[in-house]
Design a protein around this ligand. Structure first.
Ligand SMILES: NC(=O)c1ccc[n+]([C@@H]2O[C@H](COP(=O)([O-])OP(=O)(O)OC[C@H]3O[C@@H](n4cnc5c(N)ncnc54)[C@H](OP(=O)(O)O)[C@@H]3O)[C@@H](O)[C@H]2O)c1
Length: 345
C-alpha cells in the first residue's frame, strides 16, 4: 500500500526522519507493505511546496541544508502557507514538527486540528499540542477515524507512551519522576566536568537538540510541557504548563555543582507528577539527588523516567545519549504503527 506523506516543519527532526525513510524504503515495503510518496512540505522561511508526482526527500534535505528554497525543486508547485497545504496536500499522514511554542502550542495545534478534521493521520514530535489540547485532539481523532501519535514528544524515540499503552494494560500510572530535558542535562553535567554554562549550551545547539529558542530549555519550559504531556496522557489529567510549579537552571553556579559532586550528589532538573487528593501535582525544579540513583546517574543528553504504577511498582526507563536520530525514529515507529493499524482493520 502506498501512503501519501506531508510535512509541516522540515528541520533537524524531519530531515533526519527523511534520511531514515529513504534508507529503509525497501525494508518498509517488504516488512509492512508500506510504500510512500511525499506530496507536500511546509517550512517557515524555506517555502512551502506540493507535488502530486512526489517530492524527492533527499533532494529536499539537500536543498534546505544548502540554504536554498524548496521551490527550486523540480516539478514542485509553491503554496502560500501550511493552512493551504493541509487543504490540498491529499495526504494520508501529516508529520507536524514545527518548533515548540510553550505559551500557546500554536500554530502546531491548529495544524493538527485542521488535519484531523479532514481525517488525516497525525504524527508529531511537538509536545505543545499534547500539553495544551490532548483531550480535544484525541477525541477529534477518534471521531474522524484518524490516528494521533506522538511518541517523540517525551524521551525522543524511547517507548514511553507506547510502553504504557501496549505493555502495561490494566495498570494505572500513579506518578512519575524524570530527567526529561537533554539540553539542561548536558549543561549541568558539562558544568560538573568544569565546562562553562555557555560552552555546554553551544554544544547542545551544535548537536541540534536544543529548542529553537534555548531559553525554553533553560527556564524549564520544555520539561514542564513534557511533564504535562505525561500527566495528560498517562494519568488522565487535563493540566496545562501554567499548572506546573516550575524553576529552571539559570541560577545554578559552577561552584555549587563542584561541591555537590564532591559529596556524591548530582544536581538534575527533575520533573515530577503525583496523584494527590487534590488532583495531579506537577513540578519541575533542580534537585539534589544521589549520583548512584536512576535520576542522578544520567549524564549528558541522556534522559531517565521512573513510572510509579499500582500493579507493577516502579519501572525505570533510561535513554542513553540520544540525538536527533532517536526522535526521527519515533516518527518512523509511529508511522509503522499507523500502517499496522490499517492492516488490522
Ligand atoms: N531536536 C530534537 O532532538 C527534538 C527531540 C524531541 C522533540 N523535538 C521537537 O520536534 C519539533 C521539531 O524540532 P526540530 O529540532 O526539527 O526543530 P527545527 O530544526 O527548529 O525545525 C523546525 C521546522 O519547522 C519549520 N517551521 C517553523 N514554524 C513554522 C510554521 N509556522 N509553519 C511551517 N513550518 C514552520 C521551520 O522552518 P524553517 O526551516 O524555514 O525555519 C523548520 O523547518 C519541535 O517541536 C521539538 O520540540 C525535537
Amino acid at each position: 500500500m502506498e501512503l501519501r506523506l506531508a510535512f509541516i516543519g522540515f528541520g533537524n527532526v524531519a530531515r533526519a526522519f527523511a534520511r531514515i525513510l529513504t534508507h529503509r524504503e525497501s525494508q518498509l515495503a517488504r516488512d509492512y507493505d508500506l510504500r510512500f510518496r511525499t506530496t507536500a512540505i511546509a517550512t517557515a522561511r524555506h517555502g512551502c511546496i506540493t507535488s502530486s508526482d512526489g517530492i524527492d526527500l533527499l533532494k529536499a534535505v539537500d536543498c534546505l541544508e544548502s540554504g536554498r528554497l524548496l521551490a527550486e525543486l523540480d516539478d514542485s508547485l509553491s503554496l502560500p502557507d501550511s493552512a493551504v497545504l493541509i487543504e490540498c496536500c491529499n495526504a494520508d499522514i501529516l508529520f507536524e514538527t514545527t518548533p515548540l511554542n510553550p505559551v500557546s502550542a500554536e500554530p502546531a495545534t491548529s495544524h493538527i486540528r485542521s488535519a484531523l478534521t479532514r481525517g488525516i493521520h497525525i504524527v508529531t514530535a511537538n509536545k505543545g499540542p499534547i500539553a495544551f489540547a490532548y483531550r480535544e485532539l484525541k477525541s477529534l481523532a477518534s471521531q474522524r477515524g484518524a490516528s494521533f501519535r506522538f511518541e517523540g514528544t517525551v524521551m525522543d524515540g524511547t517507548p514511553v507512551f507506547n510502553l504504557v499503552e501496549s505493555c502495561l494494560p490494566g495498570a494505572r500510572v500513579l506518578g512519575f519522576s524524570g530527567v526529561l530535558n537533554s539540553t539542561t542535562n548536558l549543561i549541568l553535567t558539562g558544568m560538573e566536568a568544569g565546562r562553562s554554562f555557555q560552552e555546554s549550551l553551544a554544544e547542545a545547539q551544535r548537536r541540534g537538540i536544543a529548542e529553537a529558542d534555548a531559553d525554553y530549555d533553560i527556564d524549564g519550559w520544555d520539561a514542564a510541557v513534557k511533564t504535562v504531556a505525561l500527566a495528560n496522557v498517562l494519568m488522565d489529567s487535563d493540566s496545562r504548563p501554567s499548572d506546573v510549579d516550575r524553576e529552571g537552571i539559570r541560577g545554578i553556579k559552577l561552584e555549587d555543582l563542584k561541591s555537590a559532586t564532591a559529596a556524591g550528589i548530582a544536581v538534575r532538573l527533575v520533573a515530577r507528577g503525583k496523584q494527590t487528593s487534590n488532583g495531579v501535582k506537577l513540578t519541575v525544579a533542580p534537585e539534589k539527588v544521589p549520583v548512584a540513583s536512576v535520576l542522578g546517574s544520567v549524564r549528558g543528553t541522556s534522559n531517565a523516567l521512573v513510572l510509579e504504577t499500582d500493579l507493577m511498582g516502579e519501572i525505570a526507563i533510561v535513554e542513553t545519549d540520544p540525538g536527533v536520530e532517536q526522535t526521527a525514529y519515533a516518527l518512523l515507529s509511529d508511522m509503522i504503527s499507523i500502517r499496522t493499524g490499517m492492516r488490522a482493520v
